[in-house]
Design a protein around this ligand. Structure first.
Ligand code: LLP
Length: 436
């Protein structure tokens, strides 16, 4: 499968803009994002899943422009924090198309979600149900009072729709740090232990809440369909125990290829198999077929991104180390998950051969290795530009200021144009927070 953005000429240009030109105009390191790629992926997902729902998981990459693209393509939205909700709100993303997630939501976040009219809140504990029920009544009263002050008839506040996040007991066989469907981890309520059914009963006793469905998210970067199928069967059986529910949300986790020869999850095959399984199980349990929701993040935006680095130093020894002007602060994934990447020298192909090299960052840790065994031109030298594909998801989103490096900008490209979505962080930005 292709690992470069849809409009790219590998390592040369994207959306008709040369990578060398982007680096000269905006500096390095820089994240580049192909708007067309994001939009095409949204359309592929919407088409494959229709008439069901696709909600983009904001955690993969988030900013106001992304919110507008997603809204225009008709997707819904999964947010997991007040910060992600604030961006959605700033972009005017429709509240009724938003789902709020999280295993530890603050009271402030729940209130913000109620104030903005978030469509569904995915609850993750007994305590959260009680807190939400109390806030929902409060929100209704507050709204009625405000309207009363303005001498408008107070409306009857609708019930807040909630889903329960359940643990289906499915191991997706991905990295432990992103394995979230098994028992004994911090997400969801166990179906097997009866905790999920207890919370369902608790929700149904709250007049301000409406139990709309169930949700699970079994992990991330999953290539096979078996785990999703097992989870779907278990969730339908659980819903049948509650007499059927209108919504079934199977979360995200769809894989994308990071290196040549790797496979991503086939969305058409996913849609066909999972909708078929859900229909079959619902018929077997004699309950109505729910509306399905899926929440891809990486699969929408991962392949749309390229990171550009400038070579600072080349060190020859037992191995050849190519030191670039970024590292684990703009891409912590190799250090966190052992993730492997492809990297190439950008621009016209060099004359002569390539040899294996280790591309490292400039952070003060031996673990700051971006790519080992990269095939780079023998004559690579300081000032050369490197391009790393498939960096649209969980890169800017997970960037830090480690060693007081400033976070790179995100540059959008489309139809021969390049412009910043998020500007480069400055040292002044960092000093502004240093108030002691
Ligand atoms: N829905 C829920 C409830 C989630 O927790 C997640 C991701 C998603 C959807 C989207 O998953 P995706 O389709 O992007 O795999 N930082 C890690 C990934 C962590 C994903 C956490 N949850 C990485 O860089 O691989």
């Amino acid at each position: 499968m292709n690992i470069w953005p849809l409009t790219a000429e590998p390592a040369l240009s994207v959306a008709g803009v040369r990578l060398t030109e982007i680096a000269e105009r905006f500096g390095t390191p820089a994240y580049v994002i192909d708007e067309e790629h994001v939009r095409v992926r949204c359309r592929e997902y919407a088409k494959a899943m229709a008439p069901h729902e696709v909600a983009y998981a904001a955690k993969a990459f988030w900013c106001r422009a992304m919110a507008r693209w997603i809204a225009e393509e008709g997707l819904s939205l999964d947010v997991c924090s007040g910060g992600e909700l604030a961006v959605a709100r700033a972009a005017g993303f429709p509240g009724d198309r938003i789902l709020l997630h999280g295993n530890g939501k603050t009271g402030h976040e729940l209130s913000a979600a109620l104030d903005y009219g978030v469509g569904r809140i995915v609850v993750d504990s007994h305590g959260e149900v009680r807190q939400l029920a109390a806030l929902t009544v409060g929100a209704g009263t507050r709204a009625a009072r405000t309207m009363g002050d303005r001498a408008v008839a107070a409306p009857t506040p609708g019930r807040q729709k909630v889903l329960i996040r359940v643990t289906p007991g499915v191991d997706a066989h991905v990295h432990r740090a992103v394995t979230t469907g098994v028992e004994d981890q911090q997400f969801g309520l166990s179906i097997a232990s009866g905790a999920a059914a207890d919370v369902a009963r608790l929700i149904r006793r709250q007049p301000a809440l409406e139990l709309a469905g169930v949700h699970c998210h079994i992990g991330s970067q999953i290539t096979g369909l078996d785990g999703f199928e097992t989870a779907a069967r278990r969730l339908v059986a659980f819903m049948a125990g509650l007499g059927g529910l209108p919504e079934l949300n199977l979360g995200g986790g769809h894989a994308v290829p990071y290196r040549p020869g790797e496979d991503g999850l086939d969305i058409a095959a996913f849609a066909q198999r999972i909708t078929g399984v859900v229909e079959q199980e619902c018929a077997a349990h004699a309950i109505p077929v729910p509306r399905l929701t899926i929440e891809p993040g990486r699969a929408i935006v991962g392949g749309a991104g390229i990171t550009l680095y400038r070579v600072l130093t080349v060190k020859h020894g037992a191995r050849t180390f190519v030191v670039v002007d970024g590292g684990m602060s703009d891409n912590p994934r190799p250090a966190l998950y052992g993730s492997r990447y492809h990297i190439e020298r950008a621009g016209a192909p060099a004359a002569g051969g390539t040899e294996p090299m280790t591309v490292v960052g400039r952070h003060c840790e031996a673990g700051d290795v971006l790519v080992s065994g990269a095939h780079l031109p023998t004559g690579i030298r300081p000032g050369d530009l490197l391009a790393m594909p498939c960096t649209g998801a969980y890169h800017h989103a997970m960037a830090s200021n480690y060693n007081h490096l400033t976070r790179p900008p995100v540059i959008a490209v489309r139809a021969g144009q390049a412009w910043p979505l998020i500007r480069r962080e400055t040292q002044a930005d960092m000093l502004r927070r240093d108030v002691g």
